[in-house]
Write a protein that binds this ligand. Structure first.
Ligand SMILES: [Zn+2]
Length: 617
């Protein structure tokens, strides 16, 4: 517009000006044609060398395995708290690869735990253990290691043993804890992530501790409530959780409390960070673009190309994130054949190539956004917009078409990652993927359970499918996101996040904040993440799956004696990562792997042999 005005003021230059403008337009046209041609011919993104590849299951079967005796007794009381504590600690211990036995508190005898190195109590009334509670104290004094996963109630037995726990006084009732404070480095990210409790309730007993206790977490109040502490008692150690929260997302907290026992403790971890972009590439998302119009005065299509994607690319390049994009071929409601192909492929070419150029990966999300479920699936009254597939055959045909579509666009890619639309997947859908599409080696859904959601663990399922749940998501980056990230970074040294381009159209996902704020929140999280763990491996979806495979197959035996920590690994194929907490000592040198300090007391071991020897100073 400015140019034409200028030209209008100088009538003599007008013809010359239009001629130059025509030349520029023609040149732009030639460049565009050339670019489109290059893209169509697949000339060519620079695929990244895979960090790690999925190993054949036979390799794990052929590896040496350990014969292990139980090292830990998990004693639980048969009431609501005890049951919750038992479930939580069973998950924590099994995933940290601690061989353990479960014992009901009622009727427990000293010989049930005397041979164990550690005992975990999920017992709120110590009297339920009868006289054996006193035997447990003797065992502790003589070098046992005891973790209290729940705070026992006041009075009776607790009064008799409170000095062994370092408790000088305690309140009758529980208090509400809203924010956590870490007086010393304890969990990964604790010095950079703000940690607030999402659903606070009367969770924790106000206790007064003696000076021999080391407090690792306390409430962020003027009169702070100790929430996690450790103490030497006789020849043994005690660690106590007064957190009171027992959801799945707190596993990393409880695992950390367990790791405070004894001189040191090693547990296997994944060492991977993966960022997924669901519905990408995909057609232009449907939905109201009112916030995009408000802030950028453009439609969703232009916004995605000119603002959203360049911002995401910039973030990815800054931190070397190889995004994993999950393709949706089209947003139709078709659940029955014929399933027409999407002929409008230019967006897919453009974004897909750009993603692959960054070292990213492309996986499957769906032919359309209808989850792979049949008529019998229970949506629990949610998701009115979804129609179940008409038959197994139609469901299968949708993936066949998606596969054809993706293979024609990206002939060099393998499409090994599947992300279920809305994180929903039926048993039939999962079986179909496994049986008919052996190229799909991974399902990446969600970590936290939710009514109809396909919730997962980081594991290799019995049928060989690798499960890689996404722990956090979106752009709002709530308190819960930071809490979850902290917990899983320490528990498994893993970060998994997914976002959607159409989050910017959905108020529930933060659209009213505006993209600038949404992007700033994601960027702040990413910056904090890489401040906490600058050396975590950046992996694509399939590489993360390969790392989960090594992690899940691992068995760990460990002991510390005469200034040396010995670790023996079962199921070791080619690499293993372990976090090790050293209490009252630190490592000087390692054989069989490299060891690197993450923060005070916490080290990352990269094992290149199943036998590791760490000398302590
Ligand atoms: Zn989606």
């Amino acid at each position: 517009m400015q140019n034409s005005t200028a030209a209008a003021k100088r009538p003599g230059g007008q013809r010359r000006f239009y001629f130059i403008r025509m030349q520029i337009i023609f040149l732009q046209f030639i460049l565009l044609v050339a670019a489109l041609y290059a893209v169509q011919k697949g000339i060519s993104y620079h695929p990244r060398k895979a960090e790690l590849t999925v190993a054949d299951e036979s390799m794990f079967e052929a590896a040496d395995h350990l014969e292990q005796q139980p090292e830990c007794a998990l004693i639980w009381q048969s009431d609501l708290t005890g049951e919750e504590g038992r479930k939580l600690m069973a998950d924590v211990l099994s995933q940290m690869k601690v061989p353990y036995i479960e014992c009901p508190a009622e009727g427990i005898r000293a010989e049930d735990f005397e041979g164990c190195k550690s005992v975990v109590l999920a017992v709120s009334d110590l009297a339920s253990m009868g006289e054996t509670a006193m035997d447990l104290m003797d065992w502790l004094e003589n070098g046992g290691h005891l973790m209290l996963a729940v705070m026992p109630s006041k009075g009776g037995f607790l009064d008799m043993i409170s000095d062994k726990l370092g408790i000088v006084g305690m309140s009758d009732t529980a208090s509400v804890v809203r924010k956590l404070r870490f007086p010393r480095e304890f969990m990964i990210g604790d010095q950079v992530f703000p940690i607030q409790i999402t659903d606070p309730y009367e969770s924790s007993i106000d206790v007064l501790l003696d000076s021999t206790c080391e407090v690792y977490i306390e409430s962020d109040d003027e009169a702070a409530i100790p929430l996690v502490w450790r103490r030497r008692t006789g020849k043994g150690t005690v660690s106590v959780s007064n957190l009171g929260f027992m959801d799945k997302i707190y596993r990393g907290f409880y695992g950390s409390v367990y790791s405070l026992l004894g001189d040191g403790f090693a547990w296997p971890v994944i060492n991977g960070s993966t960022f997924y972009i669901d519905d990408f590439p995909a057609p232009v998302p449907q939905g109201e673009g009112e916030y995009i119009t408000r802030d950028y005065n453009m439609n969703a299509r232009d916004f995605m190309t000119q603002i959203w994607w360049p911002d995401i690319v910039e973030l990815g390049e800054k931190y070397k994130i190889p995004f994993t994009g999950l393709v949706i071929e089209q947003y139709s409601d078709d659940v029955k054949q014929p399933l027409p192909a999407n002929e409008d492929v230019s967006r897919f070419h453009y974004f897909g190539k750009s993603l692959l150029d960054m070292g990213g990966e492309i996986g499957f999300h769906g032919y359309n956004h209808m989850p792979l479920v049949l008529e019998n699936f229970d949506y629990y009254g949610e998701y009115d917009e979804y129609t179940p597939w008409a038959s197994m055959g139609d469901m299968e045909a949708s993936i066949t078409e998606l596969n054809r579509f993706c293979a024609s666009l990206f002939p060099n890619e393998q499409f090994q990652v599947y992300v279920p639309p809305s994180n929903i997947l039926s048993d039939e859908g999962r079986r179909m993927l496994k049986e008919k599409y052996p190229q799909i080696k991974v399902i990446a859904s969600t970590y936290m359970p939710d009514t109809a959601a396909y919730a997962q663990e980081f594991e290799v399922a019995e049928d060989g499918m690798i499960e890689t749940p996404r722990v956090i998501s979106g752009y709002i980056m709530s308190d819960f996101v930071y809490l979850s990230a902290l917990s899983e970074l320490t528990f498994r040294y893993v970060n998994t996040h997914f976002q959607h381009p159409d989050d910017v159209l959905d108020e529930d996902r933060g659209a009213d904040l505006g993209w600038a704020e949404m992007y700033s929140r994601l960027s702040t999280y990413v910056e904090r993440l890489y401040t906490a763990v600058p050396d975590i491996r950046n992996l694509t979806g399939i590489e993360l799956a390969a790392a989960v495979q090594r992690y899940d197959e691992l068995e760990v035996a460990q002991d510390i004696a005469d200034g040396v920590m010995h670790i023996r690994l079962g199921g070791f194929v080619d690499e293993a990562f372990l976090l090790i907490r050293f209490n009252d000592c630190s490592p000087a040198a390692a054989e069989g792997g490299r060891i690197e300090k993450i923060q005070d007391g916490l080290w990352l071991l990269e094992a290149d042999s199943p036998e590791i020897r760490i000398t302590l100073e």
